[in-house]
Every structure is written in structure tokens, then in C-alpha cells.
Design a protein around this ligand. Structure first.
Ligand SMILES: [Cu+2]
Length: 321
């Protein structure tokens, strides 16, 4: 049965696996140790969630976001009625470069008012997305344009600041790339959004007032629907976790030792990197981990809280067997 897991599959010797990985992730590049550290950052890959495209208006990157109800198939036998952006829950991944001027136009197709908060971004107060404080709520059928310059870099995210709307799914990754890739450069850069849902059997609408929940999704899906994070043996891997639920999640990686290289506020100095295999991703936090995929296999990546390790009280599935 399902589990709240996704899988990190280190590439193994089989030619078919390597070929598939190469097609999937375009891994014709050199190994991390061979890549120059002044290279440009890789785009972040968020499996099961699309990247948000943009247009350029007089040097400003313009993104269109539509807040709307979304039907999300989180398991082969379970589709939920949640809220998200542009037909996606979590919302599409936004990626910009440090120093960019960005305009994000939010159109509200929800049955109630909303706004977007840019979590952790040091931007003018009027852009902070606080209904009744920094702006009027965006009424159903209307729109609002957020515009600011990003001077930070790291793993950030956007979300509605209404708790009920957060628990309906209104969150997405907002990646701010540095001008030059951090050293050591990585060969793979993944993003994973953790979300919790209280959806009883024979129901499809999350109970946002319920403090007990029964589904934990990685990028809007649970195993076996999560896309494996396929990487090449010997490559350096970064995985960025964001948690926007009502519980903290100790995320555990099998078979490897990693270091935490970033938080929700950006890059950590290397003097703070220590060996770990479980990282606590607290509510409203982001954690970037990096490691060398030096151990071939189909390795589990999962929350280690026993309750969180189940979905709808089903037994975790061990795909490694
Ligand atoms: Cu957990």
C-alpha cells in the first residue's frame, strides 16, 4: 500500500537505468567535482510540479498566477478537492535570479478573497501580501500585481496567509538563484513541498480545522505516485524541502550522509555543515541538503514520524523489496 514517501534512486550499473536517467534529467554534464564553481546554477527540478513560465516587460520578469480550486490526484485511488494556483497544488515553481525585478500578477478565481505572502523575502511592506494590513484583500474575480526586486538567494516559498487557505494547499516554491552556483556545484537540484491533509474516507475536501490529519504529500502525491529522484552514481545532489503544514517533519534519507547547506533564509556558511541523515523541517521552514550519491540503490526518502509514515492508516510500502 502507499506510504508518505518518495524515493531517491541512485543510478546503478544497468544501462537501461542510466539511459532512462539521462533522458529524464539531461545528465550529459560533468560530475560535480569537475564542474567549475563559477558556473550558472541549475534550474531546480520539482517532480510532479510544473515550473511557472514568464514573459519580459521592459526588463521585468512577469509571472501570472491564478488562485483557484484544484482537483489533485494524490494516490491512484484518491483525488482531493484542494486549492492551488494555475491548476496545480502545490502551486507552480517560480525561479528567478538574484537581482531580478519581478512582477507577479495574482488573479483570484476562488470563492473568497485572498492574497499572497512572499515568505522570507525582504521586500517593501506594500508587497507583503497581508490582507487588511499591507493591502486590501483581493476579491473573487479581481487581481493584484506584486512587484519587487529580489536581492536574496535561496529556497523561498509563497503562500496565502490565511491558515485555512494554507491547509487547502495554497503554497508553492519560490527559488532565488544566486548569480553564480554555490560551491561545490551540484549535478542535481530538486525541490520538494511537504503538505498535510485531513481527508476522511469517502471525502474529497480537506478539513482545514482538523488538527489530526491523515495524508502527507511530497509535491502533491504519495507513494507510489511520487516521481523517483533519479540521480547518477557519484553525482552531487541538492534537495530543498519546504514545510507549510501544521506539523514538523524529520526527513530521513537512507544509505547516505548529507549536510544541511541552507535554511529558509538562504545559504548556511560551510562551518555550520555537519554530517546528518535526518533533518527536521519545521513548520514554515526550508532546509537544503547536499550529498554525494555514492551508494547505488533505490533509497527511501521519507518522514520518520510513525504517524506521518502512514497514509490513511495503511502500511508503508517498501519498494526496495
Ligand atoms: Cu512528518
Amino acid at each position: 500500500m502507499s506510504s508518505r514517501r518518495t524515493f531517491m534512486q541512485s543510478a546503478i550499473g544497468a544501462a537501461t537505468v542510466l539511459g532512462g536517467a539521462s533522458r529524464l534529467l539531461g545528465m550529459n554534464r560533468k560530475r560535480a567535482s569537475d564542474r567549475p564553481n563559477d558556473s550558472t546554477p541549475l534550474p531546480v527540478n520539482t517532480p510532479d510540479v510544473q515550473a511557472l513560465s514568464f514573459t519580459i516587460d521592459n526588463g521585468v520578469k512577469v509571472f501570472q498566477l491564478t488562485a483557484e480550486p484544484v482537483k489533485r490526484k494524490i494516490a491512484p485511488w484518491k483525488t482531493i478537492d484542494c486549492w492551488g494556483f494555475n491548476g496545480s497544488c502545490p502551486g507552480p515553481t517560480i525561479q528567478v535570479n538574484q537581482g531580478d525585478r519581478v512582477r507577479l500578477i495574482l488573479e483570484n478565481h476562488l470563492p473568497e478573497s485572498t492574497a499572497i505572502h512572499w515568505h522570507g523575502l525582504e521586500i517593501p511592506y506594500a508587497m507583503d501580501g497581508m490582507p487588511y494590513l499591507s493591502q486590501k484583500p483581493i476579491a473573487p474575480g479581481s487581481r493584484f500585481a506584486y512587484e519587487f526586486t529580489v536581492h536574496q538567494n535561496g529556497t523561498f516559498f509563497y503562500h496565502s496567509h490565511s491558515p485555512m487557505q494554507q491547509m487547502m494547499g495554497m503554497v508553492g516554491l519560490f527559488i532565488l538563484h544566486p548569480q553564480q552556483a554555490h560551491a561545490p556545484a551540484v549535478d542535481h537540484d530538486f525541490g520538494v513541498v511537504l503538505q498535510e491533509w485531513a481527508v476522511l474516507p469517502n471525502n474529497t475536501v480537506p478539513n482545514t480545522a482538523n488538527m489530526e490529519w491523515n495524508w502527507l504529500t511530497f509535491n502533491g502525491a504519495v507513494s507510489p505516485m511520487t516521481t523517483p529522484l533519479i540521480v547518477r552514481l557519484g553525482s552531487r545532489v541538492r534537495i530543498r524541502f519546504v514545510n507549510i503544514g501544521m506539523d514538523h517533519h524529520p526527513i530521513h534519507l537512507h544509505g547516505h550522509t548529507f549536510v544541511v547547506t541552507g535554511t529558509e533564509a538562504g545559504r548556511q556558511p560551510e562551518t555550520m555543515w555537519g554530517p546528518m541523515n535526518t533533518v527536521l523541517v519545521g513548520v514554515a521552514q526550508a532546509r537544503d541538503i547536499e550529498f554525494v550519491a555514492n551508494n547505488p540503490g533505490e533509497w527511501m526518502l521519507h518522514c520518520h514520524m510513525p504517524h506521518h509514515n502512514m497514509n490513511a492508516m495503511s502500511e508503508p510500502m517498501n519498494r526496495s523489496t
